[in-house]
Ligand binder design. Structure first.
Ligand SMILES: [Fe+2]
Ligand SMILES: [Fe+2]
Length: 263
C-alpha cells in the first residue's frame, strides 16, 4: 500500500500546486491514499469547508489539521461535519470534530490519527498531553486495522522524537507537521514505523514559512502592529511517500519529496 502525506498547505499558492499535481500524481505513482495537513489552507490561516472540499476534489482522502483551525473558530462546527477532516485528538472534549478517522481503501481499513504537541504551542485551542490519549486511541484501533498513520502537529523536534519512541512498532507511520520546514531525518525504524520530524510545507517558498518576509521581520523587531501577508513566489509541494506492508501494517520505506510548480 502506498501513501502520500503532504505537508501544511498554505493558502492559494498551496491549493494551486495541489490542483495541478495531485490528480495525475496520484494515478502515475499508484498512491492508494493521500493525506494532507490543511490547517493553513484558507488564506494561510485555518481551514474552511470550501478549501477542504477543494483538497478533497484534487484527490486528498483525509485532511489533518492543527492550531491554526482556531483562527476561524466560528466555522468549526460546519467544517467538522466533513467526515474526512480531523483535528488533534488531545483538544478539549467540547471542541468540535474528532481526532481520528478510519477509511476503507478497497478491502483494507486505514486509520489516521491527529495529535498536537504542547511545547511552545499556542495556548488556544487548549490541549492535554497527547501521549496517554494517543496510546489509548492506538490500542482501540489495532483490533480494527494495523495500518495506522499519526500526524503529530508540534513545534519541537524533541517532543516529536519522543512520540516516535513512544509509538515505535505500534503504528505504520508518525509524520510531523506544523513547522513548515522539511527535516532530513526520515527513517523506517527496525520495528517498522516510518517517521519524519517535519514533512514541510506546500506553498510559496520565497517567504518565511509561507508569509511575506518584511512584516514578519518587523514583528520580530518589536512592531506588534504588523499583519501577515501570504507570499506568492517559488511555489513548491513538500510531502513524503510511504510504502506499507498491508498484511501487518509495517512500513517498508519512506521517501521525502519536494516538487516545484514549474518543474
Ligand atoms: Fe501550519
Ligand atoms: Fe500549526
Amino acid at each position: 500500500m502506498r501513501l502520500l502525506f503532504i505537508g501544511d498547505v498554505v493558502g492559494k499558492p498551496g491549493l494551486r500546486i495541489l490542483s495541478k499535481f495531485v490528480p495525475d500524481y496520484k494515478k502515475e505513482n499508484k498512491y492508494d491514499f493521500i493525506c494532507v495537513n490543511g490547517e493553513n489552507a484558507a488564506g494561510g490561516f485555518g481551514l474552511t469547508r470550501k478549501s477542504a472540499s477543494k483538497l478533497k476534489k484534487y484527490g486528498c482522502d483525509v485532511i489533518t489539521t492543527g492550531n491554526h483551525i482556531f483562527d476561524r473558530k466560528e466555522e468549526l462546527e460546519e467544517l467538522f461535519k466533513l467526515e474526512y477532516v480531523i483535528r488533534p485528538l488531545n483538544y478539549e472534549k467540547s471542541f468540535p470534530g474528532k481526532g481520528f478517522t478510519v477509511i476503507e481503501i478497497e478491502d483494507k481499513k486505514v486509520a489516521i490519527v491527529n495529535v498536537q504537541g504542547q511545547t511552545f504551542m499556542p495556548k488556544e485551542p487548549k490541549t492535554s498531553s497527547p501521549f496517554k490519549l494517543v496510546q489509548e486511541c492506538v490500542e482501540n484501533l489495532l483490533p480494527i486495522t494495523s495500518i495506522i498513520i499519526v500526524d503529530i502537529h508540534a513545534e519541537t523536534t524533541a517532543e516529536k522524537i519522543a512520540m516516535r519512541y513512544f509509538l515505535d512498532g505500534q503504528i505504520s507511520a508518525l509524520i510531523g507537521t506544523h513547522t513548515h520546514v522539511q527535516t532530513a531525518d526520515e527513517i523506517v525504524t527496525s520495528s517498522g514505523t516510518a517517521y519524519i520530524t517535519d514533512v514541510g510545507m506546500t506553498g510559496a517558498f520565497d517567504s518565511i514559512i509561507g508569509m511575506q518576509a518584511k512584516p514578519i521581520i518587523k514583528k520580530f523587531m518589536g512592531d506588534k502592529n504588523q499583519s501577515f501577508k501570504l507570499a506568492k513566489n517559488d511555489v513548491r509541494m513538500n510531502a513524503v511517500e510511504i510504502e506499507i506492508n498491508e498484511a501487518n501494517g509495517k512500513a517498508k520505506s519512506i521517501r521525502r519529496i519536494e516538487i516545484g510548480e514549474n518543474s
